[in-house]
Structure formats: C-alpha cells, structure tokens
Design a binder for this molecule. Structure first.
Ligand SMILES: Nc1nc2c(ncn2[C@@H]2O[C@H](COP(=O)(O)OP(=O)(O)OP(=O)(O)O)[C@@H](O)[C@H]2O)c(=O)[nH]1
Ligand SMILES: [Mg+2]
Length: 298
C-alpha cells in the first residue's frame, strides 16, 4: 500500500502583538521569526515549515506568519496589509489568533472574510497563562458567538500549553498532498532575510517611539566560509535626525544592536559571525513605492 502524505497551508492572522510569530516558532521548534513586545514586529508574510511523521502518515505543514492587522497610515503598512490579504486567499486551514481581552479589530473586513470562508477556522485564545479560568470561559463564549464557524482553542504560545492538541487538529484538517517544499527546508526566506530580521529585532528592542518603525535593514554582503559568516548590513532611516539617535553617543547605541544581533545570528546559524553595521538616510522610504519595492515589499 502506498504511504499517505499530507500537506497544507496554515495561515495565521490576528491583531498586532497577539503572539502569531511566537506560536509559529513554538510549533516549528526554531527561532525563525522575530518576536518583540512591540506591535508591528512582523512586516512580511513568512513561511515557517514543519516536516514530520506520525504512525499513519508523513506531513508538511506550511505556516504563514503575517503582520498584525491594522488600518494603514503609510505605504509600508499598506504593503503589510496586502500580505495579510494574500494569506486570506490560499489557506487550507486558518488560525485566527486573539489575545484574551483584546479590543475590536481595526479592520473588520478581515474578520468578515474569515467568517464567510469555507475553510476550517481555528480561533486560538492565546496568552491563557496570564488569566484565570473565569476570564477564559467568558472570552471563549464571546468568541464562539462572534465567529460561529470557528473552533475555539485556548493556548499559550509562550508556555506551549495545548500546542500538541492544536497540531493534532491541524494534521486532521490538512489534505492528502505531496510536499510543497524540500523536506529539509525551514522557510521560504533566504539567510539574508533572516539576518536582516535579526537586526530589526534588536532595533525594536533598543529604540522607542517612531524609531524602530522608521528603520529598514538591507544586507549589503553575506559571505560564508566553513567556520565564519561575514555580514555587512545597511540600516536605512527615514530622516537625518534619526541617524544620530541610531548611532548614539560615541556609537554606543549602534554597538548594542551589533552585539545583540551577532549573538542571535551565531545561535541561529551555529557559526561565528562577523557583523558590520552602517546607517544611511533614505528620505521618507516608508512612503516611497520604488524604495519599498527595492526593500522587498509587495
Ligand atoms: N504571557 C504570554 N505572552 C505571550 C504569549 N505569546 C506571545 N507572547 C508575547 O507577546 C508579545 C508579542 O509576540 P509576537 O509573537 O511578536 O506577536 P505577533 O502577533 O507576531 O506581533 P506582530 O508581528 O507585531 O503582529 C511578545 O512579547 C511575546 O513574548 C503567551 O502565550 N503568553
Ligand atoms: Mg509577528
């Protein structure tokens, strides 16, 4: 008898900061997608691929991480929302992640499309580790009423609570299909992309207000040998005044970014990393469609 293989696209959607990227990393067991306590950490649709097998079949689940849903205020955010919309179109299973106690969605049309979709929808009540049973039950009822087509599952992406059950349900719901990607592949993104995201994560951690949202990272060169990766990265800011803030007094602020990023890169690539950072001004790049395209946005 021919062995069955199951594969499917599982697309994750939700507000900013609800834990979408944390969930993907927890399921695939790698620190692939960047996570911070700030909203709008993720700017692209990124595949995280889980390959595995159980007693009955082999599987490949292609998770899509997406930016948090918001009402766009500039061209970069419009591109972020178009990547969310693309994730509405090709899913085998939807995961809609909510945080207990979150406010109304800024873009109700996305919730409406999920309601009307004929694909299975799992509504994940995340961060249950922060709340008591009473609150959880109340919110579960509220969401069941609001999204009658959804199966409500409480989870904690951080403590991995109920993720085994979630994966079991996903494997039941994805179709029989050959794999879409190589069985060794972890993501559709390049090593350069992962590298630029690691730097952006440090920027979100270390700078406040508009600064992290005004920075784009480009990998100028990425040279790998047997025991070393040499990386040169350009940090683009939107205004001259932001350059000094990024660099800091005697370069101290930028140095912190470099130290933190290098450590994460060495963990991810399991190799020594030599990292150089340069700051450049690319005036108002967030509203410039040509520049956005050059930076890899749709
Ligand atoms: N306590 C708790 N915190 C969590 C949980 N899941 C995620 N977080 C935290 O929530 C914050 C946001 O997590 P992310 O994974 O970056 O959220 P996101 O939905 O990908 O955010 P965007 O990319 O901005 O849309 C981080 O500080 C996480 O550590 C959880 O189950 N419990
Ligand atoms: Mg994210």
């Amino acid at each position: 008898m021919k062995k069955v293989h199951k594969s499917g696209f599982v697309n994750i959607i939700g507000h900013p900061n609800v834990g979408k990227s944390t969930l993907i990393n927890a399921i695939i067991g790698e620190r692939l997608n960047i996570i911070t306590h700030k909203a709008q950490t993720t700017r692209h649709r990124i595949f995280g691929i889980l390959n595995g097998k159980n007693k009955e079949f082999e599987y490949q689940v292609v998770f899509s991480d997406t930016p948090g849903v918001l009402e766009p205020a500039y061209a970069l955010q419009e591109s972020m929302m178009s990547s969310v919309k693309s994730a509405l179109e090709d899913a085998d299973v939807f995961l809609y992640v909510v945080e207990l106690g979150e406010g109304p969605l800024k873009n109700e049309s996305i919730l409406e499309s999920l309601k009307k979709s004929d694909k299975p929808l799992l509504l994940l009540l995340n961060k249950v580790d922060l709340h008591d049973q009473g609150k959880l039950e109340k919110e579960a009822t509220l969401w069941s009423d609001r999204m009658p087509n959804a199966e409500v599952i409480p989870i904690s992406a951080l403590t991995k609570f109920n993720l085994d059950y979630l994966l079991k349900r996903i494997l039941e719901l994805i179709p029989d299909s050959p794999p879409y990607f190589g069985k060794e592949q972890l993501t559709d993104r390049s090593e350069r992309f992962v590298t630029s995201e690691i730097i952006r994560e440090q920027i979100l951690i270390y700078y406040n207000k508009e600064i992290p949202y005004s920075v784009e990272v480009e990998i100028d060169s990425f040279k790998e040998t047997d025991d070393l990766i040499k990386i040169r990265a350009l940090l683009f800011v939107a205004r001259e005044s932001q350059k000094g803030i990024i660099i800091g007094h005697k370069g101290a602020a930028l140095k912190r970014v470099g130290v933190g990023a290098r450590k994460k890169m060495q963990n991810f690539f399991k190799k020594h990393v030599h990292l150089e950072l340069f700051v450049k001004v690319q005036a108002d790049w967030r509203n410039n469609r040509d520049k956005l395209k050059k930076f890899g946005y749709e």
